[in-house]
Design a binder for this molecule. Structure first.
Ligand code: TMP
Ligand code: ASP
Length: 236
């Protein structure tokens, strides 16, 4: 598949056109950013690790009935994906309180939530990706109908239940994660973007050691070592 013109460059990936109008090439970057890109860094090989991790997880989800944009792996850092129209919402799913949830509401870090929490954030860097409710989404036409919001929440919970159980068998707690969805040519809502240690929190089940991008956000070091450990456990 020939890589054409670059369509978009985000913080973690670049998207390129191909000679097929329905397909794009997604290229994973080594760059790391946090706090709306106020903190910047890079880890050689991080893009390749995220490509492998996300591919494994998307395939697992596909096997469990979740439609995704992933078609094929092209190289260490590149995937062939279905072209979709990204819904400008970050769907955040939480099992354990930490991060912005603890900060905003004062819920103790590490507290297991009584049920899985799904939150929606408006993808807009200038506004700092604010938390939004259903009415905000409908007023701003971020989705077409209320039903779409129910579908997004349902898919978030389904993905959580598949991944949570999977990571449990790998000695990892899936603390929380962010997913993004797009609409394909036939109007289906499909999982897009990536699922990687950039977009999830993983804690070791025994030690609670953080094995995700929080190592970068909090300056804990050994970022790449942690991502390698996640891939190793997924493949084990
Ligand atoms: P938060 O606690 O900072 O709101 O993050 C919740 C989850 O979402 C966590 O797993 C990290 C992920 N996330 C992203 O993937 N991108 C983002 O821009 C933010 C803020 C969080
Ligand atoms: N991805 C976001 C940024 O680049 C925030 C984060 O993940 O902490 O700023």
């Amino acid at each position: 598949m020939k890589k054409g013109q670059m369509l978009y460059e985000g913080k973690g990936k670049r998207l390129y056109k191909t000679d097929n109008d329905d397909l794009l090439i997604a290229e994973f970057k080594d760059d790391l950013t946090a706090f709306n890109a106020q903190k910047k860094g890079s880890e050689e090989g991080k893009g390749a690790l995220n490509n492998k991790i996300s591919t494994q997880l998307f395939r697992l989800l596909e096997q469990n009935g979740i439609k995704t944009h992933l078609i094929d792996v092209l190289s260490d850092t590149q995937q062939l994906v279905k072209k979709v129209q990204i819904i400008p919402l970050e769907v955040v799913v939480r099992n354990i309180a930490t991060g912005s949830l603890s900060k905003r509401l004062g819920i103790t870090e590490g507290e297991i939530l009584p049920f899985t929490l799904v939150e929606l954030y408006y993808k807009n860097d200038d506004l700092g990706d604010p938390l939004v409710n259903d009415e905000h989404c409908l007023i701003m036409n971020l989705v077409k109908t209320e039903k779409d919001l129910q579908v997004l929440r349902h898919l978030g919970r389904e993905i959580n239940s598949i991944l949570f159980k999977f990571f449990e068998t790998k000695g990892l707690k899936l603390v929380d994660f962010k997913v993004e969805f797009g609409i394909d040519r036939d109007g289906n809502i499909v999982l897009a973007d990536e699922i990687s240690p950039d977009s999830c929190r993983f804690w070791d089940a025994k030690t609670n050691e953080k094995l995700d991008k929080d190592r970068f956000r909090q300056g804990l070091g050994n970022v790449k070592v942690a991502y390698e450990e996640i891939l190793r456990r997924i493949l084990s």
